[in-house]
Write a protein that binds this ligand. Structure first.
Ligand code: HEM
Length: 286
């Protein structure tokens, strides 16, 4: 900071009395406005500071708590250590021997010591065999065909692992009807095509049409497939080969209202956005 002092505007500094100006080099103090004398820091300290400007501040700081010689007041004193109340020793241990419980109150029992009250109750269930026999190797899967399905306590009939897997796969297949799309038919490809400016409506007009149900029903071939979703008529044809659920599924709603089927299949799909460029018009009564 002292390097700033010489450059301070002279207006800020009070005019020094001629005594100080005329003083010799031994006198390092100048008179301030109050008549007292203050040391001229701009001379002596400047040299010291220029030696190393990157000196970190002293730690602990001179006025820090660490350096304070003042007695620790109650407010500054750390809180007293909490007094822990140890749990009473377990009855089994005191029954067993006269040695007092350890400070940690942990019962470390040698194997020979009977567990007494701490013994677990005898198990009422039999251990499952898990189909592993002492001879090694997996036994052939047991297929039990239960004829007494009327019994309320009977469980589902046991099945072979292969049958289980088959059943799960079939269910999964039914649930997720995704198909392998052809090359160039990914979601990204569709997005590109939609933004290409190509006429995906197939009407040759940007003007939305008013489509009657009778008109809609005429468009039900793959080359000319229209469907209605939420009152808006879309041309499905350009999207057919891009549909992750397959062309066949999408063609089910050609020429008719597909809203219900769409919502039942994948309500989360943003159809309005995906098919925006395929919007032909709106369904009207007539
Ligand atoms: C223009 C209307 C439609 C559009 C834009 C559309 C779009 C999509 C999209 C983006 C997916 C992939 C969903 C995902 O990965 O989560 C999909 C999957 C599917 N879609 Fe469509 N879809 C339409 C109509 C339909 C209709 C009417 C049906 C049924 C008749 C259908 C049946 C399916 C099936 C079965 C799947 C596979 C299901 C799955 O992976 O979970 N879609 N569709």
């Amino acid at each position: 900071m002292s390097w700033l002092l010489p450059s301070l505007p002279s207006l800020w500094a009070k005019p020094e009395p001629p005594v100080a100006a005329e003083s010799n080099g031994d006198d390092k103090a100048t008179a301030n406005g109050n008549g007292s004398r203050k040391p001229d820091v701009s001379v002596g300290v400047e040299e010291d500071e220029e030696e190393d400007l990157d000196v970190p501040p002293p730690f602990p700081l001179p006025d820090s708590y660490q350096r304070s010689a003042a007695p620790i007041t109650t407010a500054m004193a750390p809180p007293p250590p909490p007094a822990f109340a140890l749990a009473p020793p377990s009855p089994t241990r005191s029954d067993r021997d006269a040695t007092p419980p350890s400070d940690l109150n942990i019962a470390i029992l040698p194997d020979a010591v009977p567990l007494g009250d701490m013994a677990p109750p005898p198990s009422t269930t039999t251990k499952p065999a898990f189909g592993i026999k002492p001879g090694g190797g997996m036994p052939p899967p047991t297929v039990s065909i239960s004829s007494s399905s009327s019994s309320p306590s009977s469980l589902a009939p046991a099945q072979t692992p292969a049958a289980d897997v088959k059943q799960v796969l079939t269910k999964e297949k039914k649930k997720r009807g995704k198909v392998a799309l052809g090359p160039g038919c990914s979601a990204l490809d569709w997005a590109r095509l939609a933004k290409s400016g190509a006429d995906l409506r197939g009407t040759g007009s940007m003007v939305p049409l008013r489509v009657t149900m009778a008109e809609l029903q005429k468009h039900k071939t793959p080359d000319d497939a229209w469907s209605v979703f939420n009152g808006i008529v879309y041309n499905l044809t350009p999207y057919l080969r891009f549909h992750p659920g397959g062309e066949e599924e999408l063609m089910r709603v050609a020429g008719r209202d597909g809203t219900k089927l769409f919502m039942l299949t994948h309500s989360w799909v943003n159809m309005e956005h995906l098919m925006a460029e395929c919007a032909v018009g709106m369904l009207v009564r007539g």
